[in-house]
Ligand binder design. Sequence first.
Ligand code: AMP
Ligand code: MG
Length: 353
Amino acid sequence: MVTEVVKINRDSMDAKLIQKAGRILQNGGLVAFPTETVYGLGANALDVDGAKKTYGVKGRPADNPLIVHIAHYDDLKEIAQNIAPVAEKLAKVFWPGPLTMIFEKRALVPLGTTGGLDTVAVRMPKDKIALALIEAGGGYVSAPSANISGRPSPTLAEHVLEDLDGKIEMIVDGGAVDMGVESTILDMTVQPPMILRPGFITAEMLEEVIGSVALNRERLEESDSKPKAPGMKYRHYAPKGSLSIIEGDLPMEVSAIQKLVKEKQKEGKRVAVIATDETVALYPDGIVKNLGSRKEVAGIAGNLYRILRELDQEEVEFIYSESIPQEGIGIAVMNRLEKAAGFKRISAETILL
Ligand code: AMP
Ligand code: MG
């Protein structure tokens, strides 16, 4: 299959191209497109074969459900039931935007799309291209991140091409995404609603609208048996090299990383450091990547996946990353970084002993 790449300008969208992409979806094909979070791999969410193809090209385990994307609030009622008033409130405030909510599903949604679950995850994205494409594609578009399962999520059309060239019909190139970290997932089928995946919309922001929400920290950690968001059990976002997160206060983290880099270089290994604006000048050795300023954690979120992919291209064998404070969006950033590291954490203090 030849993958067609089409550039679309968000501010003067070519309606014909959107229609063409929409027809591919309606005919059971796959189209990758930008959302404000990451690039999604779109398929008709109401078509079992669309889901099958999606799992196939991503190499995604079939029990890891897809998020259904809609363009109009009223469409939610066609695919979900028992929608609580608090969910309506959240939708009013955060849709379109990076919030996914989980509801009891209606029969219209095939089990193939929900990984066999009787619940469905739904989001209305904010990106104009995404909204136009969902509408053109029939209104219900499943869209997991448009990467090979387990690799860092794509924040540029080039990343999608790297993973899926020749496997899907079309990539809509809308340039760099806005946020760079996947949506917050909130389970509305439990009381209080529970955050299954942290994102740009934080617990504090949700609580301001509906009162208390639960954040089951266990779910964010490496977990074993049957997690509620089945996707959480898989190693994710991972670079090819061995990534470790160094923990301590910042000066200790820096000293520990300096020491680790020297040691690995002595062994003849290719080593990289993931640093921040505030520390980048302190690493004389190794390949040094800068996530951005610690005062702008949203910017750090936007750079993370691109940097992980760059480290793959540079064939780095060992990667040491500083920690980011777990506040606000920092919670989502550390969640992705920990998963990318396969939960490998090293205390700076132990290294410096
Ligand atoms: P992705 O689209 O690749 O960013 O991943 C979607 C995430 O949503 C995965 O972690 C899924 O496990 C989660 N998810 C989707 N649908 C459901 C659902 N019905 N119940 C729980 N988690 C879900
Ligand atoms: Mg994903």
